[in-house]
Design a protein around this ligand. Structure first.
Ligand code: DI6
Ligand code: FE
Length: 398
């Protein structure tokens, strides 16, 4: 006996390619997928039968790179950039990340959690059932922990992976003393955050932390048994992709300026490439990530929003999918794998998330569409008609 079955639906399992099953059925027991196949082959019984009237089911979507918890916004910087200042100039003049850090340090944990919960509603409305949330707007031990706890507080609504990004920028009080700040991150922040964080990330860039500093942070993370990820080669080729691969990183993200040897190293290490077209768009970047090299070497490609108040204030994972297709020429099939199967791998959730198959968590997104490609095609629309979390329909989502 299954707890529930969904009938009169089409499935895109995303196990391999789209994995389409027309006229399918899917059942759940104890929060996990317990049966999947063609409707005609369903001969079992379930306590509850849901008639989906021809809707499509995909795995619950996964946004594997966000900075969702922060205070304030940077609309004023957006205006400055449109008047000609560059992102780097604004960052060097004390704006950018530092402006958000100032606002975030004075916000309480409950204010931060409430702000993130408010934003999160847009992800929930698009069938997103797992999200990675980075800290990185505290840049001191206490505030970074506050951000990680605020991120975790959303765990009753969505599966949360919390990532410590203490090495996001050098805080004002450490200006000119980057190595001292790296000492703080390695010696105090990482050990203190280990119980609250699933991974450690670094912004490896000429305006942030160099390769040696990044390597020190990664070594400190691994000493605590934590996995690592990297903001790599976003604004320049800093050898980030290679460094991430050397440390067996879960993912290397951005990658616009990555070189072929970097891609090769990622392929060998099994590091996922996370593409962030929202930041590319927002910064009017013109240099494309090395998509062909990633494909040729078989590097798994994920797609995420990079939601953050500076370079990607986007709140739609479906829009990121459209942009990955339109700006980076991913196929809709690749882009959808990028917010399911490969996004799960980027978060080390592949055993339980990212595809419709027996044993995985019954996290389902329901869509009023005629084909999966529509999810990538009609930008600005949201054809989500329901969400199932761990076999259950969340109270507020439907
Ligand atoms: N890369 C980015 O694009 C964001 N952080 C990062 O490491 C920018 C964050 C911000 O401007 O607030
Ligand atoms: Fe980011």
């Amino acid at each position: 006996m299954h707890d529930a079955v969904w009938l009169n639906c089409h499935l895109a399992t995303l196990r391999d390619g789209y994995g389409i099953v027309r006229d399918g059925a899917i059942a759940a027991r104890d929060g996990r997928i317990s049966w999947i196949g063609r409707r005609a082959d369903w001969r079992e019984s379930a306590a509850v039968e849901h008639d989906l009237r021809g809707a499509w089911i995909t795995p619950g979507l996964i946004d594997c790179h966000t900075h969702l918890v922060y205070s304030g916004n940077r609309a004023e910087e957006f205006e400055r950039r449109l008047k000609g200042e560059s992102y780097e100039e604004i960052a060097r003049s004390g704006g950018g990340i530092q402006a958000t850090v100032r606002a975030t340090r004075v916000a309480s944990e409950s204010e931060l959690a409430a702000g993130a919960a408010r934003r999160l509603r847009q992800w929930l409305a698009e069938g997103v059932t797992a999200i990675e949330i980075k800290s990185g707007y505290g840049l001191d031990v206490e505030t970074e922990l506050k951000l990680l706890r605020a991120a975790r507080s959303l765990g009753d609504r969505i599966t949360v992976r919390a990532t410590l990004l203490g090495a996001h920028a050098v805080p004002e009080e450490y200006r000119g003393r980057t190595d001292d700040y790296v000492d703080l991150v390695c010696g105090e922040m990482i050990p203190a955050a280990a119980p609250f964080a699933d991974a450690v990330d670094v912004f490896c860039e000429n305006i942030a932390f160099d390769r040696d500093q990044t390597a020190r942070v990664f070594a400190a993370a691994q000493a605590q048994g934590m996995r690592v990820k990297l903001h790599a080669d976003q604004l320049s080729d800093s050898g980030g992709a290679q460094l991430a691969a050397e440390f067996g990183a879960l993912s290397a993200d951005h990658l616009e300026y990555s070189s072929e040897p970097g891609v090769e190293a990622m392929a060998r290490a099994g590091t996922v490439a996370v593409l962030l077209p929202g930041a590319f768009y927002c910064l009017r970047e013109t240099r494309q990530p090395p998509i062909d090299a990633l494909r040729r070497r078989g590097v798994p490609i994920a797609v995420a929003t990079d939601h953050n108040p500076g370079t990607s204030p986007m709140c739609s994972l479906l829009l990121a999918v459209n942009m990955a297709c339109t700006l980076f020429r991913l196929t809709p099939e690749e882009a959808l794998a990028g917010i399911t199967r490969h996004a799960a791998r980027a978060l080390d959730l592949q055993a339980s998330h990212g595809a419709l198959e027996i044993g995985k968590r019954a996290d389902l997104a329901l869509w009023q569409i005629d084909s999966p490609a529509e999810l990538a095609y009609a930008f600005g629309s949201n054809p989500n008609v329901g969400t199932v979390r761990s076999g259950e329909i969340p109270r507020a989502a439907n």
